[in-house]
Ligand binder design. Structure first.
Ligand SMILES: [Zn+2]
Length: 120
């Protein structure tokens, strides 16, 4: 694995842990992997009973821009935060609603986080 890609996955891991702690969702076990995926930045799979989430960062997508990797990590943790809203008869429009909420979180909490990080 290239140095850049390796470094980006490390950032991804750190950001996932940061937001899991921040949102106080330690009851979820989160496993991370780094593989080539099609047409997405990352993928998340849930085991509901076990409260386990498997997140895969798309190795083929991974950008040089740290901020994009940070945003992807934030986005995936938001899916875990909102996971209790999901049900077994999960519909496409629910997914759209979930993404609308996540966009709001990205444009508020995440943007503030980046501002704070720059001041450090
Ligand atoms: Zn998403």
């Amino acid at each position: 694995m290239g140095k850049m890609k390796k470094a980006m996955f490390k950032i991804f891991q750190e950001e996932i842990l940061f937001w899991q702690k921040k949102f106080q969702i330690s009851e979820w076990e989160i496993y991370l992997s780094y593989k080539n995926l099609n047409n997405c930045r990352a993928e998340i799979l849930f085991n509901w009973e076990g409260m386990i989430a498997h997140i895969t960062l798309n190795k083929a997508w991974t950008k040089k821009e740290k901020i994009e990797v940070q945003k992807t990590a934030f986005h995936e943790v938001c899916h875990i935060l909102l996971a209790p809203l999901r049900s077994y008869n999960y519909h496409k429009d629910q997914e759209e609603l979930e993404h609308a909420i996540i966009r709001r979180l990205e444009n508020t909490i995440f943007v503030d986080y980046l501002k704070d990080e720059k001041l450090k």
